[in-house]
Design a protein around this ligand. Structure first.
Ligand code: FES
Length: 116
């Protein structure tokens, strides 16, 4: 299946590139940029970037299940990807934003003055 029509990249090309990249010592995070650079291809319109990223991570998991790439390298890549997608400062902000608000007592009803 064609993933990128600009650079003519198929899912098989991505799978082979992921295998080669993830087999390197200290494998880099297999971002679409890293994978395309490894294939000596260049994105032009970048319309395929979301599909390329999804395909790369699907292929990475498939290769891990087949035992063709090291599970430790995959775990490291997944952890680094989670950190990029959800950096610690965002986690703190989200935690603070989602923290339960302290309960406050409802305002006491106004007392009516008795006119004599
Ligand atoms: S479709 Fe991949 S760069 Fe345009």
């Amino acid at each position: 299946m064609i993933i990128c029509s600009c650079a003519v990249v198929t899912d098989k090309d991505l799978e082979q590139a992921v295998l080669e990249v993830m087999s390197q010592p200290n494998a880099p995070l297999p971002t679409p940029g890293v994978i395309y650079r490894h294939m000596q291809k260049k994105m032009q319109c970048c319309g395929c970037a979301p599909l390329a990223a999804e395909t790369i991570y699907t292929k990475m998991e498939e290769l891990e299940k087949k035992g063709l790439i090291c599970p430790c390298a995959c775990a490291t890549a997944k952890t680094r990807m989670k950190d990029i997608m959800n950096p610690p400062e965002r986690r703190v902000a989200r935690t603070l934003r989602e923290a339960p608000r302290p309960l406050t007592a409802p305002a006491a009803p106004a007392k009516h003055k008795t006119v004599v």
